[in-house]
Design a protein around this ligand. Structure first.
Ligand SMILES: [Zn+2]
Length: 416
C-alpha cells in the first residue's frame, strides 16, 4: 500500500518548513509572532493557508467560527469525512510550530495524494482552527466546539480587553455569529479527528525519536489549599509550641511530589505558594498554595486526588493547623481511539522507527472534538521540549518523517 505513494514522492518537509516561516510573518508584532483570533494577522494567515489548500486540490470555505476548511473529496460522493488539522492562532510572542505545523503538514499530505491522483475511501477536511489558545477572549476551542456541536451561544457575549465581544469580532471578520451554533457535524458521517502537533515536552527528544503516538490528552485537576496556623515571633516561640502554617505547607508540597510515585501516569505540581505575613522574623500564620495533578487515566488521577487530600488532612491534624481545600478546575482526559492509535503505530513502524506511545500534558482541540468523533494525535519532537516561546524549533527531517507517517496512516485507514 505504501509503495504506490513512495514512488509518487513523499514530501521531504522542506516546503512545509518554508511555509511555516512564511506563515510566521502574519503577526501583530514585527520580529515576534503574536496572532490572536479574529485579528488582521489571523485574516492574513487564512489568506495564505487558503491558497496552499487550493493548490493541493482542495475547495475552501471559512465557516461561521472563522475556521478555514479545505475539502478534499473521497473516492465516492457519499464517503465519510476525516477531519485533519490543527490551529493557526498563537499565544503572545509564540513559536511558529505550535498549531501551525499540524495545518501545514495536513495540507502537504493532501497535496501528495492530489499529485498522485489518489482518492481515499473517505473525504478529508483540513481544518485551521482560529481559537485554540484562548488568548484574546476568555473562551477557548471555539472552532472545534462548533464542529462538535458543543459551542455555547452565551460565549458570543465574552469580551476581549478592549471590550469587543466575540459576536462583534466575528461580524467584523465577515462571519455570522448566529450561525456558529449550527456548525455541528453529523457524528455518523465523521470518521475521526486527527492532529499532528509538536510535543511541547522533552520525551521524544530524550528517546531520540522524531515522532510519537499520543494515547490521551491528559485530564487535569487543580486545587487551592489554605492553611491557617498562628503567627508568632521567630525568636521567642519555642519549636514545640508553634502552629507553623509554612512548615505544614512545605510538608504538603513534598507529599504532592511523592503522590506521583503511586503511578507512572501521573504528574503533580505546586506552582504557586505564599506565606503570610511573609517576613524573615515571623512564623507564618497562614499559607496558601496551588496543586495541579494530571494523568491520561481519570481513575488514576481521581485516586491520587483522594489519597493526597487524605495525606493533607493528616499533616494538618498532626500539626494543629486549620486546612481548607477547594477544587478550581477539573477536566477529564480525552482518550485517543485505540484503532487510530494502532493505525498510527503501524505507520510509524513501517518507516523503520520505534512506535512510542506518550500522553499529552497540554490541551488541544481534540478535547472538544472527542464529543463528536474518535480522536488521534501524532507528536513531533521539538528542541528541548520548548513551546509557547520564540525558541520553539523542529528539524526539517522530523517534519519529513511526520509527513511520511501521516500519509501512510491515511492510506491504511479504513472508511469505517
Ligand atoms: Zn497547539
Amino acid at each position: 500500500m505504501r509503495l504506490a505513494l513512495a514512488t509518487s514522492a513523499i514530501p521531504s518537509g522542506v516546503r512545509a518548513m518554508a511555509r511555516l516561516d512564511e506563515l510566521a510573518i502574519c503577526s501583530a508584532e514585527e520580529g515576534a509572532l503574536t496572532r490572536l483570533y479574529l485579528t488582521p494577522e489571523h485574516a492574513a494567515a487564512i489568506a495564505l493557508v487558503k491558497g496552499w489548500m487550493e493548490e493541493a486540490g482542495m475547495s475552501t470555505q471559512l465557516d461561521a467560527a472563522a475556521t478555514l476548511i479545505g475539502h478534499y473529496p473521497g473516492a465516492t460522493p457519499d464517503a465519510p469525512v476525516l477531519i485533519l488539522g490543527s490551529h493557526i492562532d498563537t499565544v503572545r510572542n509564540a513559536g511558529r510550530y505550535d498549531g501551525n505545523l499540524g495545518v501545514i503538514v495536513a495540507i502537504e499530505a493532501v497535496a501528495a495524494l492530489h499529485r498522485a491522483g489518489e482518492k481515499l475511501p473517505f473525504a478529508i477536511d483540513v481544518v485551521a482552527f482560529g481559537d485554540e489558545e484562548g488568548v484574546r477572549f476568555p473562551v477557548t476551542l471555539t472552532g472545534s466546539r462548533s464542529l462538535a456541536g458543543t459551542f455555547l451561544s452565551g460565549n458570543l457575549d465574552a469580551t476581549d480587553k478592549a471590550g469587543t465581544s466575540l459576536r462583534q469580532a466575528l461580524i467584523d471578520f465577515g462571519c455570522d455569529p448566529d450561525a456558529v451554533s449550527r456548525l455541528g457535524r453529523d457524528p455518523r458521517r465523521t470518521l475521526g479527528y486527527v492532529e499532528v502537533h509538536i510535543e511541547q515536552g522533552p520525551v521524544l527528544e530524550a528517546e531520540d525519536l522524531p515522532v510519537g503516538v499520543v494515547t490521551a490528552i491528559n485530564g487535569a485537576s487543580r486545587f487551592k489549599v489554605e492553611l491557617t496556623g498562628k503567627a508568632g515571633h521567630a525568636g521567642t516561640v519555642p519549636m514545640g509550641l508553634r502552629l507553623d502554617a509554612g512548615a505544614a505547607a512545605a510538608e504538603m508540597i513534598l507529599a504532592t511530589e511523592l503522590i506521583t510515585t503511586t503511578s507512572g501516569d501521573l504528574v503533580a505540581t505546586v506552582g504557586a505558594c505564599e506565606f503570610r505575613p511573609g517576613a524573615v522574623n515571623v512564623i507564618p500564620g497562614s499559607a496558601h498554595f496551588s496543586v495541579d495533578i494530571r494523568s491520561p487515566d481519570d481513575n488514576i488521577r481521581n485516586a491520587a486526588v483522594t489519597e493526597l487530600t487524605a495525606r493533607f488532612e493528616a499533616i494538618a491534624a498532626r500539626r494543629g493547623v486549620a486546612f481548607a481545600i477547594q477544587k478550581t478546575y477539573d477536566e477529564p482526559a480525552a482518550r485517543c481511539d485505540d484503532g487510530l492509535i494502532e493505525t498510527f503505530e503501524a505507520a510509524v513502524a513501517a518507516t523503520g522507527l520505534k512506535p512510542l506511545r506518550l500522553s499529552s500534558g497540554a490541551g488541544h482541540d481534540g478535547l472538544a472534538m472527542i464529543s463528536l468523533c474518535p480522536i488521534a494525535m501524532l507528536f513531533l519532537r521539538c528542541k528541548g521540549g520548548v513551546s509557547h516561546n520564540p525558541a520553539e524549533a523542529v528539524l526539517t527531517e522530523d517534519v519529513g518523517a511526520a509527513l511520511e507517517v501521516l500519509i501512510d496512516f491515511l492510506k491504511r485507514l479504513p472508511a469505517s
